[in-house]
Design a protein around this ligand. Structure first.
Ligand SMILES: C[S@@+](CC[C@H](N)C(=O)[O-])C[C@H]1O[C@@H](n2cnc3c(N)ncnc32)[C@H](O)[C@@H]1O
Length: 279
C-alpha cells in the first residue's frame, strides 16, 4: 500500500504540515481589545492548546512574552521548531492546569482548541492566571471551503466527507467547532467576565492551494484519525483516494491533484471576554 498523504507520519507531523496560523487581522482584533483597558507594553500571553504553535507565532510580536501550553509532547516539539523568537517559550501541560503564576497574563488565548478542554476547569484556570482586566479569547474556524471558478460545489464534497462518509467517527468535540462554531451555551458560562462577551464572525482568510492541500487537511481531522485507528491504513487510504477523485472530477478531471490552483477559504469565529477588575 502506498499513498503520499501517509508519507508524513504521526498526527502532530501531519497536523503541522497542513494547518495554518490564524490571520494577522484576527490577532489585531484581539490585541486591540486587550489594549482598550491594558496599557502597553503588553506583558504575557498564554496560548493554551497551542499545538504546533500556529497561534503562538502570530501573537509573539505583540507581547513581551508568550507561553504555549499543550499536553502533547510531539506538538510542543513541533511548536519549538516553528517558533524560535526569544520571547516565546513552551511547556507540556493542560489548559485546566497550566502551572503558570496567578494573575500573570494579560491574554489567555485558545486557537481551534477549547472544544477539547474541560470547560469549567479551564475557565477556573484562565480566571486564576489572568491579571485584572486581562482577556480570554477563544477562536477557531469552520470546515475549509475550496473554491474554483469552474467548480462551484467543492465545499459540498468537503461537507459530505465530514457529515456523511466519516460521520460515525466524528467526535462531538469536533462538531462543536466545525458545525457549532462555539455557539453552544457551555462556551458562554465564563464566571469571571465583567463586560458582555464579544462575538465576531467577520474574519476569513483565503490561501492559494491545490486539491492535494485539501486532501492533506482532511487527513488531519480527528474524525479521519479515528477512522484510521479503527479501520486501518488500507481503508483510510481508500477514503482519501475517493475524496481526492471526487474533487478532481468536480474540477473536470484534467489535472493532477497538485496542479490545480484553488483558493481555500477558512471562516473564523471569535469569542472574547475581559476579567473583572475586582477579581
Ligand atoms: C486542533 S489543535 C489546535 C492547535 C493550534 N492551537 C492551532 O491553532 O492550530 C488542538 C490542540 O489542543 C490540544 N489539547 C487537547 N486537549 C487539551 C487540554 N485539555 N489542554 C490543552 N490542550 C489540549 C491538542 O493536543 C492539540 O494540540
Amino acid at each position: 500500500m502506498s499513498f503520499r498523504y501517509f508519507e508524513v507520519t504521526g498526527h502532530a507531523a501531519v497536523y503541522n504540515k497542513f494547518r495554518h496560523s490564524p490571520p494577522e487581522h484576527l490577532i489585531a482584533k484581539i490585541v486591540n481589545y486587550v489594549k482598550e483597558k491594558v496599557p502597553p507594553p503588553l506583558g504575557t500571553a498564554v496560548d493554551v492548546g497551542c499545538g504546533g504553535g500556529q497561534s503562538t507565532l502570530v501573537l509573539s510580536p505583540h507581547f513581551q512574552h508568550v507561553v504555549g501550553v499543550d499536553p502533547s509532547a510531539a506538538q510542543i516539539e513541533a511548536a519549538r521548531k516553528r517558533n524560535t523568537a526569544a520571547n516565546v517559550s513552551f511547556r507540556v501541560g493542560g489548559a485546566e492546569q497550566t502551572g503558570l503564576e496567578e494573575r500573570s497574563a494579560q491574554l489567555v488565548a485558545a486557537s481551534q482548541a477549547c472544544h477539547w478542554f474541560h470547560l469549567p476547569r479551564f475557565y477556573a484556570e484562565a480566571g486564576r492566571v489572568l491579571a485584572p482586566s486581562g482577556v480570554l479569547a477563544m477562536y477557531g474556524y469552520t470546515l475549509p471551503l475550496p473554491t474554483h471558478p469552474g467548480a462551484p460545489c467543492l465545499g459540498d464534497v468537503v461537507e459530505k466527507y465530514y457529515k456523511e462518509v466519516l460521520c460515525d467517527y466524528v467526535p462531538p468535540e469536533s462538531k462543536n467547532v466545525y458545525l457549532g462554531r462555539y455557539t453552544d451555551e457551555e462556551f458562554y458560562k465564563i464566571p469571571f467576565i465583567e463586560e458582555p462577551l464579544v462575538r465576531d464572525e467577520s474574519t476569513f482568510v483565503e490561501f492559494p492551494g491545490s486539491v492535494a492541500d485539501v486532501v492533506g487537511y482532511v487527513s488531519t481531522w480527528s474524525a479521519f484519525q479515528n477512522y484510521r485507528k479503527q479501520e486501518g491504513d488500507k481503508k483510510s487510504c481508500e477514503i482519501l483516494q475517493s475524496f481526492e477523485k471526487e474533487l478532481t472530477d468536480a474540477l473536470g478531471g484534467q489535472n493532477a491533484p497538485e496542479d490545480v490552483s484553488l483558493k481555500i477559504r477558512y471562516n473564523y469565529f471569535l469569542i472574547m471576554g475581559r476579567k473583572s477588575t475586582k477579581m
